[in-house]
Design a binder for this molecule. Sequence first.
Ligand SMILES: [Zn+2]
Length: 411
Amino acid sequence: MRHIIRNIAIFDGTGSGLVAGAVVVENDRIAAVLHDAAAIAAIEADNVIDGQGGTLMPGMVDSHTHLTWGSSVEKIYHQFILPPEELKVAAWRNARVLLDHGFTSLYSAGALGDQIEPELARAIEAGETPGPRLVPSTLERSPEGEEGVETGDVFNGRGPDAMRAFVAYCAAEGVKSLKLVISGEDALKPGSSGDILYTDEEMLAAGEAAKEAGLWIATHAYSPRAIELALEAGARILYHCSFADDAAIDAMAAKKHEIFYAPGPGVSVAALEASPPPHINMTSMKASAAERLELEKALVPKLKARGVRILPGGDYGFPFNPHGRNARDLEHFVTYYGFTPAEALSAATMLGGQLMGQQVGRVKPGYLADLLLVDGDPTQDVRILQDANNIKMIMLGGRMHKSPAAQPVTA
Ligand SMILES: [Zn+2]
């Protein structure tokens, strides 16, 4: 099957400006990117798509996804922990909702059930259910007896052997990235973000075992010490890092070719905007969000200047921050962190693709054809990506998830 998408302006993922041209897709990959009118006219294809002057760009990547956090723009749950059957339904729905909103890749930051994501990732890959590419995870791990994020997991004992057992369990489950909660969480327990939940020995054991098993590590880390532990363990991605000091910034910059960083502004902004019903107390969550946002406004530009790869996405799925609004993170990168729209788009596409470890996130021959056709120019205003109606086509691996509207019939 060969498609040609023409009459488009191409955003290739790198951050450079739009270039007029056409893109040829063969089977699951991008076969050619053409700019010459005669070359474009000479292409024969099974399916010719007139982009009507819209922007063709790579699908977006969410770097910190919790599909089992139930709420989406289609269905809000007013309880956080769902019964097992509903949990699975919600996760499968949320995968499709994210794809409907232009996200073609997700990197999981942990699940509330242990087999849901590996099963879902397999079903998506087999074409049994619509959804983005998924790096699946399982229960978030915090140690036994520690405050912070409650996992309820039986593998939360102490010591290096318990860490190795958790990694072995994740590998057996078919997980690709495991999640370690190194810091406490102020939003859940005020004052706990400075707490350190693991020892060096535990983190090193987890890091070694994960490397041997071919698994990646994602980390919930706030303080300089938590960041140090994450880096020691060889974490692939660090979340939040709000309290990083100059030494932590240096340490992250020294590993800029190995790590990714996702601050996750969306949940903070949404928490500040939320007006919960009287029986829900969001006081500590709002205070934590305001503090973090303020710290990250200073921190993120410093890390960006040092060349650390900074990615949008994170912690959608609360009733006040439902899945499907994830593209708001790109606007937050512009508003709070001083990114240009093109830099925010590049972070959501090219850099996200590097996190996925697959040939995604670029409009480039040989890359997987995960493509969006957007009505308008997101390099001028990233907010247009927040309305799924502006995304006229969603292609995942050369297969059409959303076809462009039929051409208008002229009399
Ligand atoms: Zn998270």
